[in-house]
Design a protein around this ligand. Structure first.
Ligand SMILES: Cc1ncc(COP(=O)(O)O)c(C=O)c1O
Length: 362
């Protein structure tokens, strides 16, 4: 049995009639830029997340960039973040001319360690950028308390955490802003690139709306130099349909993760803890093990996909050669030992069983 990491085709087949109809309707309306579906999606996403404001944009990377610009992060500023993440998190810090300061993650959660954040704060620190990696909320109480104490902005990287909750608040509504990605394989994904920024205050939201549209809030009036970073109307059509199913998708992901945890318990693979005080949406299900590369090859040989997120932490990437190179033991060990298994809402019992059989034999 061949099992992919995600089954976008299978999900499309289920939604095909609804998506095809809605796409044809949008094509017929020909309002392709900031059209009715984009406007409706921004409102529906804000309502779903419980955010005061939600502004869609062209990608998750742009969402981070625009959020940092709107927070006033400037050249010379330091932004504390995780090195165990996708490069976009720190690329965006560079885009605004600031310096990413990489700190270690906690053992087990893959998320930034608030104690390490506290130790890294300097006079130049202007923001903390936690990543809710793999769909699990970071320790936001501790992070927000540090931010309040030192007068820092908190920008949440929610690219992998749409719908996850931390003490009854959705991720993206706790800090000043949250940046989401709708890359196709994300737990809420479109059929191309897409992103969204949530904001708690109106001035920030207005600025982000201008920045995504050439610095303009009124046609041909440009108050600031902005960007062309609008969500595509056709992507908004798809996202509006999928948003209606996101709770069910996240619930099914959690069910797959629970089944994996049960069946892999006691094996040589360390399974991710399912936290009780926050909702993990399992965008990825990630194990830790020794001799990871051998295990990966053996699992793939059985037709089961698996992947390494992330093999090289950001502080060890060539692109950040000119940044301080701290020693981050938990991050570095995780990069050597992590292995992500297939996880998607439509997974069948037979697929779950086949994945576990391949893992236990590896
Ligand atoms: C943690 C994280 N941050 C940012 C991004 C950037 O999102 P996008 O690919 O939509 O630009 C991604 C996804 O790719 C991500 O996983």
């Amino acid at each position: 049995m061949n099992i992919p990491m995600v089954d976008l085709k299978g999900q499309y087949e289920i939604l095909k009639a609804e998506i095809d109809d809605a796409i044809l309707q949008a094509l017929g309306e020909t309002r392709f830029i900031l059209g009715p579906n984009v406007q409706a999606f921004d409102q529906e996403a804000a309502d779903y997340l419980g955010a005061s404001f939600a502004i869609s944009c062209a990608s998750g990377t742009d969402a981070l960039h625009l959020a940092l610009l709107a927070a006033g992060i400037q050249p010379g500023d330091e932004v504390i973040t995780s090195a165990f993440t996708f490069i976009a998190t720190a690329e965006a810090i560079r885009y605004v001319g600031a310096t990413p300061v990489f700190v270690d993650i906690q053992p087990g959660s893959f998320n930034i360690d608030p104690e390490m954040v506290a130790a890294a704060i300097t006079e130049r620190t202007s923001a903390i950028l936690p990543v809710h990696l793999f769909g699990q909320p970071a320790d936001m109480n501790e992070i927000q308390a540090l931010a309040d104490k030192h007068g820092l902005k908190v920008i949440e990287d929610c690219a992998q955490s749409f719908g996850s909750r931390y003490q009854n608040k959705t991720t993206g509504t706790i800090g000043c802003t949250g940046a989401f990605s709708f890359f196709p394989s994300k737990n809420l994904g479109c059929y191309g690139d897409g992103g969204l920024i949530t904001a708690t205050d109106e001035a920030t939201a207005r600025q982000i709306m201008m920045l995504r549209n050439h610095g303009s809030s009124q046609q041909y009036h440009h108050d600031v130099i902005g960007y062309n970073s609008r969500l595509d109307e056709l992507q908004a059509v798809i996202l509006r349909i999928k948003l209606k199913h996101i709770d069910e998708y996240n619930r099914k992901r959690l069910a797959v993760a629970s089944a994996y945890n049960e069946r892999l318990a006691g094996s040589r693979f360390q399974t991710p803890a399912i936290p009780q005080d926050r909702d993990h949406v399992f965008h990825q299900y990630t194990l830790l093990c020794d001799e990871r590369d051998e295990a990966r090859e053996a699992i793939i040989a059985k037709g089961v996909s698996c992947a390494v997120y992330y093999p090289i932490p950001l502080h060890q990437q060539k692109a950040f050669d000119n940044t301080a190179q701290p020693v981050l033991p938990v991050t570095e060990a995780s990069a050597q030992r992590c292995l992500s298994l297939p996880i998607f809402p439509e997974m069948s019992e037979a697929q779950i069983a086949a994945v576990c059989e391949a893992v236990l034999a590896a």
